[in-house]
Design a protein around this ligand. Structure first.
Ligand code: NAP
Length: 276
């Protein structure tokens, strides 16, 4: 049982809807493992009220907020300061209060993806070609982070061509708009679309385009194994789901808020407990 006093530092997650969010469970597991008097709670904030949530954060003295759909763009605009990633992406998933009451916006998805890849597959994207399926918020953060981390190529495969162009642009000189047929040439293939997310059982690309020389990551974490990921695994391909990225992007938020290294193992156990 979490005990709350006047000294407890309060964080949370805002979204619409937010009741399904696993973030409070991950944050509270981290605070408990660190032995610090902090708590995280879900705050339902209606669409269109993201900027007011930033103001409320200043008013009531929240230490930090995670931010989910549909507020990621609005909070980036309402914050006092933004990180380089937020400036490039125009979207934030983490707000950090500083001692003087100012609010800084961060985007932890890119670092979360790279941290998960390192932990799960013991690899980096350096000198690798990464095919990113999708061009939404997560795909943009991942594409930019891969380019920054030294990927040799970032291939964007997306249903809507204009969004693919924008996403490829975020990867700078290594970003290219690509076709499904190009997926076979990538070292790492990432599903960053919503395709396959429960209750959908569709696949983001034909698994016949995947092969054993690749690493396949589906950043969807519910279900824990999408039909696409199962097909990759059945073909003997190293494949990983989005649970690890979820933990690592939250771990980066914990580090921003507390200044401490996040206890990733405790957070991973909390995720397992909540998904089982
Ligand atoms: P988003 O901004 O809404 O983007 C959705 C993307 O999926 C777009 O590129 C969209 O293509 C594509 N898409 C949707 N339906 C499609 C279909 N039927 N066929 C082909 N493409 C389709 O979503 P997001 O915030 O980036 O999130 C994407 C996924 O990542 C979600 O499942 C989310 O839960 C997951 N995620 C996981 C983590 C993690 O930590 N593991 C973090 C963030 C997000 P168009 O551009 O053509 O519309």
């Amino acid at each position: 049982m979490i005990s709350v006093s006047g000294a407890t530092r309060v964080t949370g997650v805002i979204g619409d809807p937010v009741t399904h969010s696993l973030s409070p469970a991950l944050h509270n597991a981290a605070f408990a493992a660190l032995g610090i008097d902090w708590v995280s709670v879900p705050f339902p904030v209606s669409a269109g009220r993201g900027a007011q949530a930033v103001e409320a954060m200043r008013t009531v003295g929240l230490a930090g907020l995670s931010v989910t759909t549909p507020h990621k763009d609005a909070v980036a605009q309402a914050a006092d300061e933004v990180s380089d990633a937020v400036a490039a992406l125009g979207a934030a998933n983490c707000l950090v209060a500083s001692a003087d009451g100012r609010v800084r916006a961060e985007n932890t998805d890119g670092d979360g993806f790279l941290g998960a890849l390192l932990e799960d597959a013991d690899t980096t994207v350096q000198e690798k070609t990464v095919a990113v399926l999708g061009a939404g918020g997560a795909a943009r953060a991942i594409s930019r982070a891969c380019a920054d981390a030294g990927a040799a190529g970032v291939l964007i495969v997306n249903r809507t061509a204009q969004r693919a162009e924008v996403c490829a642009g975020l990867a700078g000189s290594v970003g290219t708009v690509a076709r499904h047929a190009d997926i076979a040439g990538a070292d790492i293939v990432v599903n960053a679309t919503t395709v396959g997310m429960a209750p959908d059982s569709a696949m983001p690309c034909d698994p016949a385009l995947l092969h054993r020389g690749q690493i396949v990551v589906d950043i969807v974490y519910n279900p824990s194994e999408t039909v696409w990921l199962a097909a990759a695994r059945a073909a003997g391909i190293r494949s990983y789901n989005g649970g690890s990225m979820l933990v690592h992007q939250a771990a980066v938020a914990i580090a921003h808020w507390t200044g401490r290294t996040a206890p990733v193992d405790a957070m991973r156990s909390a995720l397992r407990a909540h998904l089982s």
